[in-house]
Design a protein around this ligand. Structure first.
Ligand code: SF4
Length: 359
């Protein structure tokens, strides 16, 4: 494991407007009020979202006067790398510091053999859902990230990916710290910037939103016509067990969730997967496999079984490879499409459920 330097950052403290919270029409309105030609708004927008400029001085096709005006009225609040760690398997966990001093983490998971370079981004500082097996759940929720703070993770990890692996990112999963559907507007806005030709121009088919399961918001995703894939962090296939490990299930039971996912599939035809963390002695019995298989018959879905990494202070154990493989086989025998994901970044606490801003 390699630990790379820590930067000390001066945090800005101003009352200017965060320009990346404005949409294009608001920037255009400001430009018109300044009695400037409308195309200036396009140039500014492109600097912000296509070229990821982190200060106004970089906007070299704008006049000095305009840059000065922008400086007076607005600010850009980029996230900055605080520290990163590279695992022996190539996974890189980066801790970012936000303009208010809060910290979040992203993980870059390279799979060169498949030409797949995935970033797992965070959407909140901490998380309010308190899943019992998750290190982030121990932190409680501090605040939501802005769309720009989510996009910044993609921009910076993409840069890191090119530097370390000579390849750009190919996939984005909203599976880091926090519940994306409880930061709905910023999540959707960030996807808009990532996929738009006037932003990063990535395909929505390469983006997966992962949710612990908020049925109302899953339907809203469908109503809003999102084009990304959806992953449900299922982890238990009956309500009693799921209530025990994921308190969110008490108000969003499996029946409501499956109905919401059916609705999502009917309206979008986007890909759905179930994430299922292998917890020793908890969710890997034959009856768990049968219950899970029943849910898989309701719409086309793939199950990803994820190896668990123990978290200090939490009572769950890692399932042995044989226990996980036997569960996978039981599911396959019930005609379920299954992938077993060997854990990545174990030595740097970068695996699923381990993100906790540890020193
Ligand atoms: S698993 Fe996801 S939703 Fe659950 S506490 Fe952790 S970060 Fe939050």
């Amino acid at each position: 494991m390699e630990i790379i330097d820590k930067q000390i950052i001066d945090l800005p403290a101003t009352a200017k407007v965060d320009i990346r919270k404005l949409d294009f029409s608001e920037i255009e309105e400001w430009i018109v009020n300044m009695k400037l030609p409308k195309f200036r708004a396009k140039q500014i927008y492109s600097w912000l979202w296509e070229k990821s400029a982190t200060n106004f001085d970089l906007m070299t096709n704008l006049s000095f006067e305009l840059r000065d005006e922008l400086q007076k009225h607005f600010e850009i609040l980029p996230i900055q790398v605080d520290k990163y760690q590279k695992s022996s398997d190539g996974t890189i966990k980066t801790r970012f510091i936000l303009h208010d001093g809060n910290k979040i983490e992203s993980v870059l998971i390279p799979v060169p053999d498949d030409n797949r370079y995935t970033v797992c981004v965070s959407t909140q500082v901490g998380c309010s859902l308190s899943c019992k097996f998750c290190a982030t759940g121990l932190m409680k929720r501090v605040r939501n990230l802005s769309a720009a703070e989510i996009v910044d993770q993609v921009v910076l990890v993409n840069k890191q990916c090119r530097e370390h692996f000579g390849h750009p990112l190919t996939n984005i999963v909203y599976m880091g710290m926090g519940e994306p559907l409880l930061n709905y507007q910023a999540t959707l806005k960030s996807i808009e910037h990532i996929t738009s030709p006037s932003g990063l121009g990535m395909s929505p088919k390469r983006i997966t939103i992962s949710t612990a399961g908020i049925s109302k918001m899953i339907k809203k995703l469908a109503d809003d016509g999102v084009k990304c894939n959806l992953a449900l962090s299922l982890h238990a296939a009956d309500d009693m067990k799921r209530n025990e490990i994921m308190p969110i299930n008490e108000n969003n039971n499996l029946e409501a969730l499956m109905e919401a996912l059916q609705y999502f599939y009917r309206h979008t035809k986007n890909r759905i997967s179930f994430e299922y963390v292998a917890l020793h002695g908890v969710n890997l019995s034959m009856s768990d496999a049968k219950n899970l298989a029943k849910h898989c018959r309701k719409f086309p879905v793939k199950v990803n079984i994820i190896e668990y990494n123990t978290v200090e202070g939490l009572p769950f154990g890692r399932a042995a490879m044989e226990e996980t493989d036997a569960f996978g086989l039981a599911l396959r025998n019930l005609d379920v499409t299954v992938t077993i994901r060997r854990s990545r970044g174990k030595d740097i606490d970068a695996a699923c459920g381990q993100l906790a801003n540890k020193e």
